[in-house]
Structures are given as C-alpha cells and as structure tokens.
Design a protein around this ligand. Structure first.
Ligand code: SF4
Ligand code: SF4
Length: 202
C-alpha cells in the first residue's frame, strides 16, 4: 500500500524530532487547539515577543485606525527596525503585549500580526533524502505544499511537517480529523511563508 501524507510526515518526524525538542508533530489524530485565553497558565501574549513586517504593520494600523507608534517598539521616536524580514516588534509593557486587553483577550484580533494568527502551529520543510531543514527555497516549499495536499508525492521536493509548540497547553479539543488537519496545514504554511503572495495552495 502506498504511503499517505500523515505516514510520510510521521516517518520524517522520527528522523528529526530530536533536533526540535520544543515541538510535536500535528497529525489528524492530534487533539485540536482551543485557546484557553484568560484561563491559560502560559499565555503567549505575555510570554513571547512578536515580530512583524511592513505589510502586517500597515494592516494592523488600517484595520484598527491606530498609528504604528502606538503598538511598535520605538527608539528615539522611530520604530525599532532590525535587519530581518520581519523587522518590527510589537511593543511590550509590564511584561505583556501592549495590545493585550485587561480581560486577557487580544485588543486587535482582526488585524493581529501573522505570528499571532499562526501560533501555536508552524510548518517546517525538510529535504527528502537528507532530512535537512529548508526555509529559503520559497518556490520549492510552495511546490511541496501543493504536492502534499494533492497526493502527488513523487513531485514533492521537500517534506512539509505541521508541528505545534509544546508550551501551549491549548490542545484539549477533539482530534482534528483529516479534513480540518489538511485545512490547518495549508493555512499555516500560507501564513508563515507566502507573505501575501498569490498562488499558495489553499
Ligand atoms: S499559550 Fe496557547 S492556550 Fe495559552 S493563550 Fe497562547 S495560544 Fe492560547
Ligand atoms: S497582537 Fe494580540 S494576539 Fe498578538 S501578542 Fe498582542 S495581544 Fe496577543
């Protein structure tokens, strides 16, 4: 019997899992994610800094009608900008994102950065022969996602794996099931790598 995508993913994850101790593979059998929000003992909006790019900065400002100076880390009146693809940082005050409301819900849910939409899921890509990670060949990653979602595994240049951050305690729902797992897999990869580019597999 030929292997299916969850089978390929499980075999590849067995090769690389030791190098990613903070992550677990997400399969159709994984309990689904339900954000615990105010009940969460970890609360990612307090624990982690969030980086974002220009497109996300502009979206957040436009959707919520607030100036970037109100939500970005600033230095001498200018946004702190690092030489990275996601150069800006959401401002933090008193150990939490400045946009987190007092009721511990996001104050900008509709326009929140992609990192907040992604979390706690991520897609990682690995070369098929060597299981080395790849995060630079965008066209190859797009082709890999298309192949993974259509079952054309012979044309899959990398193995894409849907993983979750272990620190998030929100995996308490019913198992994803095949259909929801595939939708989550595609949406996570699109958010993480497409950066607004059209043509990513849905
Ligand atoms: S750590 Fe997970 S469950 Fe907790 S607030 Fe963040 S996303 Fe929700
Ligand atoms: S923008 Fe919203 S979801 Fe993102 S860290 Fe801030 S409060 Fe949390």
């Amino acid at each position: 019997m030929s292997e299916d995508m969850p089978g390929i993913a499980a075999r590849t994850w067995a090769q690389v899992a030791d190098r990613f101790p903070n992550y677990d593979l997400v399969t159709p059998e994984t309990p689904s994610f339900v954000c615990l929000t105010g009940e969460c003992p970890v609360h990612c909006c307090k624990r982690f800094s969030v980086s974002l790019g220009e497109r996300e900065r502009d979206r957040l400002a436009a959707v919520h009608g607030i100036a970037p100076g109100e939500f970005l880390e600033m230095v001498d009146g200018e946004p702190l900008a690092m030489p990275l693809a996601q150069p800006f940082l959401l401002a933090r005050r008193e150990g939490r994102c400045v946009l987190l409301r007092d009721d511990l819900l996001c104050g900008v849910h509709q326009g929140r950065p992609d990192a907040c939409r992604l979390y706690p899921h991520f897609v990682l890509f690995f070369e098929r022969e060597t299981a080395r990670p790849n995060h630079a060949d965008t066209e190859g990653m797009r082709a890999a996602m298309h192949a993974a979602l259509t079952g054309e595994f012979d044309a899959m240049p990398y193995v894409p794996l849907l993983v979750r951050h272990r620190e998030c305690p929100g995996f308490v729902g019913p198992a994803y099931g095949e259909r929801d797992w595939r939708a989550l897999f595609a949406e996570t990869a699109r958010l993480q790598y497409a950066d607004g580019a059209p043509g990513w597999p849905e």
